[in-house]
Design a protein around this ligand. Structure first.
Ligand code: FE
Length: 196
C-alpha cells in the first residue's frame, strides 16, 4: 500500500486514462461525447471562477457513465444507471467532499430545480426529461427542504446548470490536459481536509 502522497499522480493518471479510453463514447442521446460534455462543463465552471474542487466536480460529474458497460439507451429501457452514486463512490478514494458531494448531488439538483424553477423544466433536453422520471421526478416538499439544507446544495445547483449547457456540438474548449492541474489541486485540498 502506498501513502496518500503516492496516490496523487495515480489519481490524475487514472482519470486521464479513463477519459482517453472511454471518453469518446456518446453522452447518452445528446450530440456530444462524454469527453466533450465533461470539458464543456469544466470550462463553464472555470469561467465562472469556481474553485479547483468545483471545476474538478464539473469535469467528473458524469464519470459514473464511464464506469459501467450499460448501453447509452438504458433510460429508454427503464434503467437508471445511478451514475451519480457510482461516481461518488469511485471519487471518494481520492477526493474530499468538496469534489464528491456536488457530484453525488447533481441528479438531486436537477430534481430540485425541476420542482422549484418553472423555466428550468422547459429548457431540459428530451433525454434529460426522459431520465428525470427514472431518477424520481419532481421532489416532495420534504425532499426539497432536505436538499436545501445540505451544505453542498449550492455547489450542486451551480454544477447542474453548467451540466445542462454542456451539450453544444463541436464547441471548442481547452483540452483535457488543461484541467489536469485542477485534479492535482483538488486532490491536495481534499487530503488537507481529511487530515484536519
Ligand atoms: Fe451531465
Amino acid at each position: 500500500m502506498g501513502t496518500a502522497a503516492d496516490d496523487r499522480p495515480a489519481a490524475t493518471a487514472e482519470i486521464l486514462r479513463l477519459f482517453r479510453d472511454r471518453g469518446h463514447s456518446q453522452y447518452g442521446r445528446e450530440l456530444v461525447s462524454q469527453l466533450e460534455h465533461a470539458l464543456q462543463a469544466a470550462w463553464s465552471a472555470e469561467r465562472a471562477k469556481a474553485g479547483a474542487a468545483l471545476i474538478v466536480a464539473a469535469l467528473l460529474h458524469d464519470v459514473g457513465h464511464l464506469l459501467h458497460t450499460l448501453s447509452e439507451d438504458a433510460p429508454e429501457h427503464g434503467v437508471d444507471d445511478q451514475h451519480e452514486t457510482r461516481a461518488a463512490f469511485w471519487l471518494e478514494q481520492w477526493f474530499g467532499p468538496q469534489v464528491v458531494e456536488p457530484v453525488r448531488l447533481h441528479v438531486a439538483a436537477k430534481r430540485y430545480l425541476c420542482t422549484t424553477d418553472p423555466d428550468y423544466l422547459r429548457q431540459l433536453s428530451p433525454p434529460s426529461i426522459l431520465s428525470l422520471a427514472l431518477q424520481g421526478g419532481q421532489m416532495s416538499v420534504d425532499e426539497s427542504s432536505a436538499f436545501r439544507s445540505n451544505p453542498f446544495s449550492h455547489a450542486a445547483v451551480a454544477l447542474r446548470r453548467w451540466d445542462d449547457t454542456a451539450k453544444v456540438p463541436k464547441l471548442a474548449t481547452p483540452p483535457l490536459e488543461h484541467f489536469a492541474t485542477y485534479l492535482d489541486k483538488a486532490w491536495e485540498v481534499g487530503n488537507r481536509e481529511d487530515r484536519q
